[in-house]
Design a protein around this ligand. Structure first.
Ligand code: ZN
Length: 697
């Protein structure tokens, strides 16, 4: 550990020309994307793994007795070359990939899994960690240090450090196969989603789409070198265009393209991959003494057991599907007037939902969108709310290199003017980007390493046609607040150890800060500040704003039902015991939905398993329930704000100190209880979703 990073990188065989050779000299040590070429990642990551293993070997084999400093602090300092290369690599493979990067990713996946195993299954290292864990009461540790000891010990145990040699090598093989298959799933799904796009040759089939949507579809077609118009698939079952497309046959084709992607018996078919992944995860968990992959996954979550998570899903499934059935009845009435006695199909839902919404709430997306212009939403909404709560300010910088010209960079300053973090955003859809929206860390905060956070928010907003402003639906506005909530959790992190930093918290806690932050989108003080007409600057008329608020509970039966259905599929796959045969995908899904009384033909799951990226490649296996779990927390916490004066600096400071700065330095249930003064209660969630008539507080 005496060697400097410089010498280690040389020893590990990395060329000094490689942009990862030294820590980045850029502000906040942000990756030097202007110098990084696709071919730089592999050698840097390979050298990083070698360097890391050397460092870990020195820690494990040192003659001195284990101390907190010489073992755990040393581990926290190790692997910095690998970390900097992997952080940048993770960002570009998620948001700006290509064939070269995908090939590197495929090659690296099993080797990275093996690398992690080589550390976590190192007997001598585990001996030192276990020794510290056993003596933890005697070591005079602070709370964060004690937490670090417990987390390391748990990670080693969960990785199988205590297993026999034969079981360890079996585990290694399972880990490698799983990692390769997850990666294979990602590659196939990206290709299947691109190939599944709906190609339109006859302009009349686009009837109902706005001029700007049609222009965007023409541009997508041109980019792909095809004639006509292309409606690219979004990652969910239901597609945004469904609410506008007037031709029922086109909606049916678009729906078919969406649900059947990745199951065409071709190279992009994901069925065999997920069948095998489910088996692998069950076997892996059984080796470690857990009855299922879900039991293993939830053991270190806030929920603790699959039963607790399933109980929440089942509790909400009844009220949710009751509400969805009532919504379906309303839509059938509208449809019958138009089409006579035909059944409501899933490809009709969004189209008639939009009509009912207009009739009941007089709320027209086309009427709303001019008031939600991306730039105003970002600066006068998302940033404004954060400024009111936390006093932070944002200065755009054009001197920081980025991985794609779409990416924008803001320096985030404390109320004192002190620099806090870099925030990047990459909002527009590209074919080389994974679906959905997410937050990513390019640099983690750590006092030990002297590093400050660099955070990126990535999304798939429809790119406006050239020269047009980016006008958003309210869902997109909500998404921006959501992802920025994750960003705040990363940026406010104030911890010693990188392992416990920022969003490195359990899945069912990590969505709490993000979903909580969504509430500010409709807070009158924030809303009136950003919801202004893009051309005239006029505030949104009060009546229209009131209708948006009133419409919040509209279609919530559908939204919750499609969500719970997907969460049920996730739990069904991951509660299979080891040794269960491979499951026929669609049959397995149908029986799971029926078992949990959530099956509704008109409301298919938000994701069918074949394109459920969260659970097969996104790390949300047995964790998709976590959004609902965290939603209980976010509504309950917002109720605390409402009870205590709402959007104030004092309240923001309390949230920052008690939740957002704490990372994983304490159990989420404990942090929450300290913040709220009691355990979370679900009533505010049910009220907000319109599933009960009035809040019960
Ligand atoms: Zn999130």
């Amino acid at each position: 550990m005496a060697a400097t990073t410089h010498e280690s990188a040389v020893d590990a065989g990395l060329s000094p020309d490689n942009p990862f050779f030294e820590p980045s000299a850029l502000p906040f040590e942000t990756p030097p994307f202007d110098r990084i070429r696709d071919e730089d990642y592999l050698p840097a990551i390979e050298a990083g793994m070698r360097q890391h293993l050397t460092e870990v070997g020195q820690i494990a084999d040192q003659p001195s007795a284990p101390t907190f400093e010489n073992t755990l602090v040393a581990l926290e300092r190790s692997g910095q070359l690998l970390t900097r290369a992997l952080k940048a690599f993770g960002a570009v493979t998620g948001a700006n990939t290509n064939d070269t990067l995908q090939a590197v990713q495929r090659e690296l996946a099993p080797r990275l899994a093996a690398h992690s195993d080589a550390i976590l299954l190192n007997d001598r290292l585990f001996g030192r960690v276990r020794d510290l864990y056993d003596r933890r009461e005697l070591l005079a540790l602070g709370p964060e240090q004690r937490r670090l000891v417990e987390r390391y010990h748990l990670d080693f145990v969960r990785a199988g450090a205590h297993l026999s040699d034969a079981d360890k090598s079996r585990l290694r093989a399972l880990n490698q196969e799983e990692s390769t298959l997850s990666n294979e799933f990602q590659t196939r799904l990206l290709a299947a989603t691109k190939a599944g796009a709906l190609v339109i040759q006859d302009r009349s089939e686009l009837d109902g789409l706005s001029e700007s949507d049609i222009a965007a579809a023409a541009e997508t077609a041109a980019e792909r070198g095809s004639a006509g118009w292309v409606i690219a698939l979004h990652n969910t079952t239901q597609q945004p265009a469904q609410e506008s497309l007037r031709r029922r046959d086109v909606r049916q084709r678009l729906f078919g393209a969406s649900v059947n992607r990745a199951m065409h018996d071709d190279a992009n078919d994901t069925r065999a991959v997920i069948q095998r992944l489910a088996q692998l995860r069950a076997e892996h968990s059984a080796l470690l003494g857990y009855p299922s992959a879900a039991a293993y996954a939830l053991d270190d979550q806030m929920a603790k057991t699959p039963a607790a998570a399933i109980r929440l899903l089942d509790d909400v499934a009844g009220p949710a599907s009751d509400k969805a059935r009532a919504e379906a009845a309303q839509m059938r009435a509208v449809m019958q007037r138009e089409l006579g006695d035909v059944p409501l199909e899933p490809w009709d839902w969004h189209f008639y939902a939009e009509q009912v919404r207009r009739a009941e709430y007089d709320l027209d997306e086309a009427e709303i969108k001019p008031y939600f212009e991306l730039e105003r939403v970002l600066r006068d909404g998302v940033f404004f709310a954060a400024h009111e709560l936390f006093g932070i300010t944002f200065v755009e910088r054009s001197d920081i290199p980025v991985y794609h010209s779409d990416v924008r960079v803001f320096e985030v300053l404390e109320s004192t003017g002190e620099p806090l973090a870099l925030f990047m955003c990459d909002y527009f859809k590209r074919d080389n980007k994974n679906g959905g929206a997410w937050m990513d860390n390019l640099v983690d905060q750590s006092r030990l390493l002297g590093s400050r956070p660099v955070i990126v928010n990535v999304a798939n907003l429809t790119r406006p046609a050239a020269g047009q402003p980016a006008l958003l639906g309210f869902d997109d506005v909500t998404m921006m607040f959501h992802e920025f909530g994750h960003a705040l959790h990363g940026m406010f992190s104030d911890v010693e150890f990188p392992m416990l930093s920022g969003t490195n918290v359990p899945r069912d806690f990590v969505e709490f800060p993000s979903q909580f932050n969504e509430h500010w989108a409709l807070e009158p003080q924030v809303f009136s500040n950003y919801a202004r007409h893009h051309a005239t600057g006029e505030p949104m008329p009060r009546a229209l704003a009131d209708r948006i608020r009133a419409a919040r509970t509209f279609n919530q039966g559908f939204a919750l039902t499609e969500y719970i259905s997907a969460a049920v599929l996730d739990m069904a796959w991951h509660t299979l015991p080891a040794g269960a045969p491979q499951q026929a995908v669609r049959e397995f899904e149908t029986s799971a939905l029926e078992r949990h009384a959530i099956a509704m033909r008109e409301v298919p799951p938000r994701y069918w398993s074949t394109y459920f990226a969260h659970i097969w490649e996104g790390g949300y296996n047995a964790s998709y329930y976590a959004y609902l779990w965290a939603e209980v927390l976010d509504h309950d916490a917002y109720a605390w704000f409402t009870e205590n004066g709402g959007l104030t600096r004092a309240n923001g400071q309390r949230l920052r100190e008690m939740i957002l700065s704490r990372g994983a330095t304490e159990d989420g249930a404990v942090l929450y209880r300290e913040f709220r003064g009691r355990d979370p209660r679900p009533e505010p969630l049910l009220a907000e979703r319109g599933l009960v008539s009035a809040p019960i507080l």
